[in-house]
Design a protein around this ligand. Sequence first.
Ligand code: TYM
Length: 335
Amino acid sequence: MEQNEQKKTVFSAVQPTGTPTIGNYIGAMKNFVAMQDEHDCIYAVADLHSLTVDIAPAVLRKNVTEMTALFLAIGIDPEKSVFFVQSHVHEHAELTWILNCYTQFGEARRMTQFKEKSAKAPENVNVGLFDYPSLMAADILLYQTDLVPIGKDQMQHLELSRTIAERFNNRNGATFKVPEGVLPKYGKKIQSLGNPSAKMSKSSADANSYVLVLDTPEEIRRKFKRAVTDSDACIRYDPETKPGVSNLLTIYSAFTGKDMAASEKDFGGKDYAYLKDSVSDAVIEGLRPIKERYEKLIADKAYLTAVMKKGAESASYRARRTMSKVWRKLGFVRP
Ligand code: TYM
């Protein structure tokens, strides 16, 4: 019996567009680590995806190295999981082309992120931006993935990946596993600290609206102090009428591991200043070991390169197996 045959395969990726926010961390990356012991996990830095927005070569290069260090710093163990950089495995680009032919124009056009990103940068509505979900589907389907830990904003893309897989399987016979998305218990959509009705995102113009996982304790405290709440001075979880306070409670629960009832209880009779202080403490303490490990890892470029290389080899092996099935099913003549 092959090793890992009983385990479910997990795949997810993060774009190297700068230091992740605590939204990326709570919504997805924290789950990457949690799933590592029980499952057969494959994680990637989605560098090809980041070309859909304007990114300078020097920035891309720096970001990929930093993201690699960060994956390891949050606790991804390259001995347990496969960790690699997307562009190091050329099958991702190859399968994207094929899946393009299994994706309807209308489906891609309906993607919320495509609409939002094109509205935000009307001068650069490139075909890659439009095609982004096919590349994401290729990432997932190449590894016969069962589970995809993501935040809520990626769920629509995951649904499209499922549609593409089912369409391909219906036309060509069983080829791809149809994956399922996995959302975290708390924090599938961490909201902006400045505007709690919007998603926390580092592309926001307001740098105080997001906390980055490598922010200093002073920055973290300052940002939470300024977080928008409401005027009724009561701490309870109610995202509809109290989005700011609920967002803070969610962040608190995610970092302390307490369930929401226990978190609410911690703040009975307390004021918002106390809540903000406590959230800051929990986030600072939770990020401290990550920052410490990161500082060591980022100084060891040779190790990071070795990790990337080993991961690319394991991922390539698995990707090749799926691709040979795909070529065969479609009738391609192979050399
Ligand atoms: P990216 O790089 O934008 O974000 C990485 C992960 O973080 C989640 N996320 C959030 N979760 C909760 N609250 C937030 N405010 C928040 N902001 C971001 C995202 O949902 C995501 O899970 N296309 C993907 C990367 C990707 C991918 C894949 C993911 C490429 N190929 C295959 C899964 C499977 C992206 O741009 O995520």
